[in-house]
Design a protein around this ligand. Structure first.
Ligand code: UDP
Length: 397
C-alpha cells in the first residue's frame, strides 16, 4: 500500500510530528511524504522517509478579496500539483494531514481517482464556513480521521467513514539511570537547581496556549514561599501575533518579578528528555484539540496538570493519570500543582498510572495499525464502487 502523506505547509507542530512518528510504525503501508520544501521535509529526510517536494503557496487566507482570490487560486494550483505527483508515484491512498490539505487533495479526485483520507487535527470552524466544509467532506472524502471527540463531533453524520484515532506515542525507553542523567544535564544547561521543583509548559507560543497562566501560577507559588521554576519550551509559529505574545510573556515575568525563575528555551528537539528533567508538565490551553505533548510527558512518567477543555479529558482521568482544572482558573491550577507536588505517594501513583494509560490506550503501534486499517477500508470502498459501476454498465449493455 503506497501512501501519499500530504502536508500543505512545511512548518512542524503536533500534526506533523504525529505524521512522522505514526508513519515510522506502519507495518503494511509505505509512506511517501509530499510537502513544500522546509522544516518538515528536512526532518523527514533525516528519518529516511521517501519525500516528494511540492511547490509552496501562501497558505494564509485573508479578508481582502484580492488576496483571498489569490489564496484560493494557490490552493487549486497546489491541489492540482499534488494530484499529478500522487498519480506519478502510483499512490494507493492520499492521507491529507489537515482539513485544508483534505480539501485540496479531494479537489482533483476526478483526475487522480485515489481515495483521500482527511485527517482533522483542529476543532472545526462553526457557522456557514463550517457547514460548507462539512458538506464538501461528506461529498468528497472517502474517510475522515479525527484526533479527539470534539474534533469529530460535527462529522459524525459521515457514519462509518469517520474514525476517531487518538495520537499515539512511544513509551519511555529510558532507564532510571538515563532519566537521572537527562535531569542533571538539562537542569545544568538551563541553569536550574538540581533539587528545585520544575514545571514545564511545552508547545508553540501562542495566546490560545495561555503560557501566561503558567507564569501567574509560578508567581502564586513563589509568593507562598514554594521555590519553583518554569521552563517555557517552544517558539512562536505561523502568525505575527504569536511573536508579540512571546514579548508579552517576557514582560509579564518581569512585572511579576519572577523572571529569575523562568527559562524561555525556544524550540527544542529533545522533548522526551525535557519531560524527564522536569517534575510536572503544565498545559494551560484554551480548548486544546488533543495536546500531543500530554501523551509525550505521560509516556515518560511525568505527571500532567492540564485544562479540562477540548480533547484533554479523553487522555487524563482526573486524579488518577493526571489532574484537570478549568481554563484560566489560576487558583485551581495552583491547587492542583500543590496537591501533586506535596504528596510523594500521589505523585508516584500518577506517574505510574500515566505510563500504564499510554501503554494501554495511546501506544504508537495501536495508532499506526488503526490508520492502516482506515487506508484499507478507503481503498476497498473505492474499488468496490468501481466494480459496482462496471457491473451496472455490463448489465445495461
Ligand atoms: N515540540 C517540540 N519542541 C518544542 C515544542 C514542541 O518538539 O520546542 C513538539 C512537542 O513535542 C509535540 C508538538 O511539538 O510533539 C506539539 O504538539 P501539540 O499537539 O502539543 O501542540 P500543537 O503545537 O500541535 O498545537
Amino acid at each position: 500500500m503506497r501512501v501519499a502523506y500530504y502536508n500543505h505547509t512545511s512548518a512542524v507542530s503536533g500534526a506533523e510530528i504525529n505524521l512522522m512518528v505514526t508513519a515510522k510504525h506502519y507495518t503494511k503501508a509505505h509512506p511517501i511524504i509530499f510537502a513544500p520544501e522546509g522544516e518538515l521535509l528536512d526532518r523527514a529526510r533525516k528519518d529516511w522517509f521517501e519525500v516528494v517536494p511540492l511547490p509552496s503557496y501562501n497558505a494564509r487566507l485573508s479578508r481582502n478579496p484580492f488576496r483571498l482570490a489569490a489564496g484560493a487560486a494557490g490552493m487549486v494550483r497546489a491541489g492540482y500539483q499534488l494530484a499529478k505527483a500522487a498519480a506519478e508515484q502510483k499512490a494507493d491512498v492520499i492521507h491529507a494531514n489537515s482539513l485544508r490539505a483534505g480539501m485540496m487533495a479531494s479537489l482533483f479526485y476526478w483526475r487522480h481517482r485515489i481515495p483521500v483520507v482527511w485527517h482533522l487535527h483542529d476543532i472545526p470552524p462553526k457557522g456557514l464556513i463550517g457547514k460548507t466544509i462539512r458538506l464538501y467532506a461528506s461529498l468528497a472524502a472517502q474517510s475522515v480521521i479525527a484526533i479527539s471527540e470534539p474534533v469529530m463531533r460535527d462529522y459524525k453524520k459521515l457514519g462509518n467513514r469517520v474514525h476517531l484515532v487518538h495520537n499515539g506515542t512511544v513509551l519511555s525507553e529510558y532507564t532510571e539511570k538515563e532519566k537521572a542523567y537527562s535531569r542533571e544535564k538539562i537542569r545544568t544547561e538551563l541553569n536550574t537547581p538540581q533539587e528545585g521543583r520544575v514545571m514545564t509548559i511545552i508547545g508553540q507560543i501562542a495566546p490560545w496556549k495561555r503560557q501566561a497562566d503558567a507564569i501567574r501560577a509560578l508567581h502564586a507559588l513563589l509568593e507562598e514561599g514554594k521555590e519553583s521554576y518554569l521552563w517555557i519550551v517552544g517558539e512562536p509559529k505561523f502568525r505575527e501575533e504569536n511573536e508579540r505574545y512571546l514579548e508579552e510573556l517576557h514582560l509579564l515575568a518581569e512585572q511579576l518579578k519572577v523572571e529569575k525563575y523562568v527559562r524561555f528555551t525556544g524550540f527544542r528537539e529533545d522533548i522526551d528528555e525535557v519531560c524527564c528533567a522536569a517534575d510536572l508538565l503544565l498545559l494551560c490551553s484554551e480548548n486544546e484539540p488533543f495536546g500531543r505533548v500530554i501523551i509525550e510527558a505521560m509516556a515518560q512518567g511525568t505527571p500532567v496538570v492540564a485544562t479540562s477543555g477540548g480533547g484533554v479529558s479523553e487522555i487524563i482521568q482526573h486524579g488518577q493519570s493526571g489532574m484537570l482544572y478549568a481554563t484560566g482558573n489560576i487558583l485551581e491550577l495552583v491547587h492542583r500543582i500543590k496537591a501533586i507536588e506535596g504528596d510523594k505517594q500521589l505523585y508516584k501513583q500518577i506517574s505510574m498510572n500515566s505510563m500504564d494509560r499510554i501503554k494501554e490506550h495511546f501506544s504508537i503501534e495501536q495508532a499506526a495499525a488503526k490508520t492502516e486499517q482506515i487506508y484499507r477500508q478507503a481503498i476497498n470502498g473505492v474499488l468496490g464502487k468501481a466494480e459496482e459501476l462496471r457491473q451496472s454498465k455490463g448489465v445495461a449493455k
